[in-house]
Design a protein around this ligand. Sequence first.
Ligand code: MN9
Length: 294
Amino acid sequence: MKEFKGIFTALLTPFDPQNRINEKALGKLIEHNIKLGVTGFYACGSTAEVFMLNLDERKQLMKLVSDITDSRVTLIAHVGSISADESAELAKYAEELGYDAVSAVAPFYYKFSREEITDYYRDIAEATSLKTIVYNIPAFSGVSLGVDELAEFMRDERFLGIKHTSNDFFTLETIKSQFPQKLVYNGYDEMFLSGLAAGADGGIGSTYNFMADKFIRIRELFLQNKLEEARAIQHEANEIIRILCRIGVNAGEKAIMNLLGLDFGLCRRPFRTCSNEDYALLEREVIPHITAIK
Ligand code: MN9
């Protein structure tokens, strides 16, 4: 049985100059994170620019991550899409590849009804024998899953838990206390320690790509009740995230990977490209606070 509690890096997708997935850079990123001690990876999520990848590329990325990790860590495949059929197809593929769980954002854009959203998740759960993690990210998806909706899924044994990318810790705490056997992952890295305090079992985050060690340490310190020290590291991480929010999180994260010597290329458009000033700022204010990649 794989470990599900802990730190899961929501993998970035490196692109080569032809805008294809850069396998070599992805391999280096994965090895670095495994060395730092992550529990596993969240593949093909928001951080991976998943909605700018076509179906073949999503499958290619899922396969690369499973081939490279080769069962060494726990793997969660994000299979969310606006189409239930596509999500089910991806969930089946994740199972074929040996993933440990699937996860999905709620279907968006059309303002689907609660019943339609429930059916969408059931379609995914039925497509595979893997457990499903509901991905709640209201600020991006426009769909806010509240306690009632989340509880309905948590009562269903096919659901493993939720990835909660929201600062609504009241909801997080309510779900965790009502369903202690289910897993709750904190989504906003800048609020990781707050999420732990509210009952989160771990975190799934984008900034873990280049600073997973900070979040592993925060969790260790939290579990040892060393809150002052945990808060000091959360603060260090937040100084970095503050800069990322200013220049654009996805573009900034790619630029950091490039500065660390991995060829991550650019984000897909319409994401912006970091300017020379952005690079200079990251080099000065961020890189000195990050563990080098060997
Ligand atoms: O789910 C990530 N959310 C998105 C996790 O990418 C939308 C976070 O890791 C954020 O990128 C990060 C910065 O706000 O906390």
